[in-house]
Design a protein around this ligand. Structure first.
Ligand SMILES: Cc1ncc(C[n+]2csc(CCOP(=O)(O)OP(=O)(O)O)c2C)c(N)n1
Ligand SMILES: [Mg+2]
Length: 718
């Protein structure tokens, strides 16, 4: 700081200045002013069409700069939102780095030019990459705070996390805390309430800061929040330290923040700060608040502007005189100007770099490193037993693994374990794991799917290896935004600075009698549409062992689809293939060779195809069967080879006929291998309705053996 004081202050009034010394008070003002000036510069750039969006932190500078004094850079974990510019400056993000994001530069440390301005992220300062989704950060910050507590007594997990890719950014400190912020509007998201529930139940060291500017774009707070005051609603949460403050006053914010931060550091539980702030620059440059705020309202807000109030305060208290304020502001202006010029001259990312960091550059689960020979031993296991056995084996090797979801624990009330057998999942896929590895590693969650996935993301970002269960595919939808916009995208949007290699085990399909819409749906194609996510679906117990181990050991998020109908079939059982058995992703299994018609399939249809092929064999017709095993990526080479061999192909799948998974495979064969075909590619799939409602209806709706036989014969007529 170049500004020198000429005003002599012998001893500051510790009560009035909240124990802060003069330099710190000046630093507070400088940061607040710098934040505002960066917004102003971006606005200018937007008006000149040099950047394409602007959303400001104006009016929020006081509370966020004050929090920046209380949080420790690179120690505490930060889940900020777009109006936290002053906090990020305090933590160490530079004006240049911020403007590099604004112009979408290659060297933007938050996203490599991939995200909108003010989408903070910086791995050096533990500022976790943010998306644009309002509210998704809440449940992720819960997972991060869970990681904080986990690392406290799981040193081996910490050491293992440090050794993994991006392990240089894994860190843990004994009194670190996690910070999460959002606007008043974002508290209406279900994930906000889901997160508070868990944070309080588990007494997590999680600090919430809600920056209430009275509006969510144009929607006023009384429409957003029952009674118009969010902190009043949260006061009923047990163990939650709740405080409300004038967030335009940095000293009041600091005092309130200090108590809250200490509460979390002392591990007394989560804390909640409700800070009232202003929003003088409309929601963003795409919004004009004059359309919904009266002149009086805006005038009133202007009087509460944190910058003018605080500079006046500093002068009135004799900490800076007017000249010094002007000098400080001139210096900031110079800094912003220089940073702006540098950012404008910065290199843009190349078009083809868009493909970088979709998946891990460090671990390739499709590589031959994951091809292993099974060392079969022991009694044959069903698929569901194989899930439990593989999880157990991996958990003993890797302390980073946590297993959680609805009903996955043996018994949450640990004292009951002496008297009961234990639940271990509604399908028993996690049976015995809590007993063996402890309740901190295997635990039940509240019935809240978005938070199950969000917590997994938060843990994975911190270096843990969560293996979360979604009890039924049919109930995955509350988690859709966490999966589509967060889990799959974190690595890409942060340009490889953050990752979340969590495994989601999902029980899918299954023809449960009466199950229909809510207990037996397919729908895998919806997730194969998500770049960044690996999707696998084994059809045998041996593949369960190999693919689940690969899922756990790989560095990308994986959706592991477990077909319920296959869980306990005798025909797909296998002996245990050993502790290092892996199957590479994207490698199909040749189930049966044949030289007339090929059936390309996966999941529960594999067995039906085998039955059909055996019957056709008796009639002298030879069918080849390919089990894809892995849906994204999939084995195009194996598909092309079988098409070239037999020239007549069926793609059989349980997903919807139209827009279903196999429709894409059929389309690609038609497009790329047209000359190889002696007949149209035949899709045999579920009808475009809800499958497996009743056993009888299931025969009509799902691809059955007789449908496959008919399709083979039809193709042979060409
Ligand atoms: C899930 C989701 N829904 C809608 C939006 C569009 N949107 C962006 S900001 C915003 C309002 C947020 O208001 P608030 O939480 O009060 O924060 P503020 O901008 O006022 O600081 C909306 C609706 C979004 N980004 N994400
Ligand atoms: Mg708001």
């Amino acid at each position: 700081m170049a500004v020198q004081t000429r005003v002599k202050v012998a001893k500051l009034d510790t009560v009035r200045f909240r124990g802060l010394d003069r330099d710190t008070l000046v630093r507070l003002y400088r940061t607040m002013f710098l934040s505002r000036r960066l917004d102003d510069r971006e606005i200018q750039l937007k008006r000149q069409n040099k950047i394409y969006f602007q959303i400001s932190s104006a009016g929020h500078e006081a509370i966020t700069a004050a929090m920046g004094l209380l949080l420790r850079p690179g120690v505490d974990w930060i889940y900020p939102y777009y109006r936290d510019r002053a906090l990020c400056l305090m933590l160490g993000v530079t004006p240049l780095e911020m403007l590099l994001q604004a112009v979408g530069a290659k060297d933007d440390p938050a996203s490599g030019g991939r995200q909108m301005p003010s989408h903070w992220g910086h791995n050096k300062w533990n500022i976790v990459s943010r998306s644009s989704c309002t509210g998704t950060q809440f449940v992720q910050s819960v997972g991060s705070a869970e990681a904080t507590l986990y690392f406290e007594h799981r040193q081996k997990a910490l050491a293992q996390a440090k050794k993994a890719p991006l392990g240089q950014y894994v860190n843990h400190d004994s009194d670190e805390i996690v910070y999460v912020s959002a606007g008043d509007g974002a508290t209406s998201e279900g994930e906000f309430w889901e997160s508070l529930n868990v944070a309080c139940a588990k007494k997590l060291p999680l600090l919430y800061v809600i920056e209430d500017n009275g509006y969510a774009i144009s929607v006023p707070v009384e429409v957003q929040t029952a009674g118009g005051n969010i902190s009043r609603l949260t006061r009923g949460f047990p163990g939650l330290h709740v405080a409300e403050c004038d967030g335009t006053d940095p000293l009041e914010s600091y005092a309130v923040g200090k108590e809250a931060v200490e509460y979390c550091r002392q591990r007394r539980g989560p804390a909640f700060i409700h800070a009232h702030v202003t929003r003088p620059y409309s929601h963003s440059l795409s919004d004009d608040e004059k359309l919904y705020k009266t002149a009086e309202e805006r005038e009133d807000e202007a009087h509460r502007d944190p910058l003018s109030k605080f500079s006046l305060f500093l002068v009135r208290e004799g900490l800076l005189d007017q000249k010094q304020i002007e000098a400080l502001e001139a210096e900031v202006d110079r800094e912003v100007r220089e940073a702006g010029d540098q950012a404008l001259a910065a290199e843009q990312p190349s078009i083809d770099s868009i493909r970088v960091n979709v998946y891990s550059p460090d671990v390739d689960p499709t590589s031959s490193a994951f091809a292993a020979e099974p060392q079969l031993h022991g009694a044959p296991k069903t698929m569901v037993e194989m899930v439990a056995a593989t999880l157990s084996d991996e958990m003993s090797r890797d302390e980073r693994i946590t297993v959680f979801g609805e009903d996955v624990a043996d018994a949450s009330r640990e004292e009951n374990l002496k008297h009961v057998k234990g639940k271990g999942g509604v399908f028993k896929a996690t049976s015995g794991l809590q007993r063996k590895y402890g309740a901190d590693r295997v635990f039940n969650t509240p019935l809240a799917e978005a938070s199950i996935v969000g917590r997994a993301i938060g843990m994975a970002v911190r270096g843990l290896k969560p293996v979360a269960e979604i009890q039924f595919f049919d109930y995955i939808w509350p988690a859709m935004m966490q999966i589509r916009d967060e889990l799959c995208v974190t690595r890409w949007r942060s340009n490889g600075n953050f990752k979340c290699p969590a495994v989601l085990r999902v029980a899918i399909g299954g023809y449960l009698t009466g199950g229909g819409v809510y207990h037996s749906q397919s729908g895998e194609s919806i997730f194969t549409h998500c770049p960044g996510l690996r999707v696998v679906m084994p059809s045998t117990a041996l593949d369960v062992a190999g693919l689940l181990r690969t899922a756990i050991r790989c560095d990308d998020p994986v959706m592991f689809l477990e077909h319920k109908h296959l869980y306990r079939q005798p025909y797909n059982r296998s002996e245990y293939p050993g502790s290092d058995y892996t199957v590479p992703f994207g490698k199909a299994r040749l189930v049966k060779e044949g030289d007339e018609v090929s059936i390309i399939t996966y999941g529960a249809i594999v067995h039906r195809a085998e039955v059909a092929a055996a019957q056709l064999q008796r009639e002298g017709i030879s069918v080849e069967i390919i089990d894809l095993r892995s849906l994204s990526p999939y084995d195009w080479e194996a598909i092309a080879a079988t098409v070239r061999r037999n020239h007549r192909v069926i793609v059989a799948y349980e997903d919807m006929l139209s827009f279903g998974y196999g429709a894409e495979i059929a389309a690609r064969i038609g497009e790329e291998l047209f000359d190889e075909l002696d007949a149209p590619v035949k899709r045999v799939a579920a009808m475009d309705t809800f499958c497996a409602y009743q056993p009888k209806l299931e025969d009509v709706i799902l691809p059955q053996t007789e449908h496959l036989i008919a399709a083979v014969k039809q193709l042979l007529e060409y």
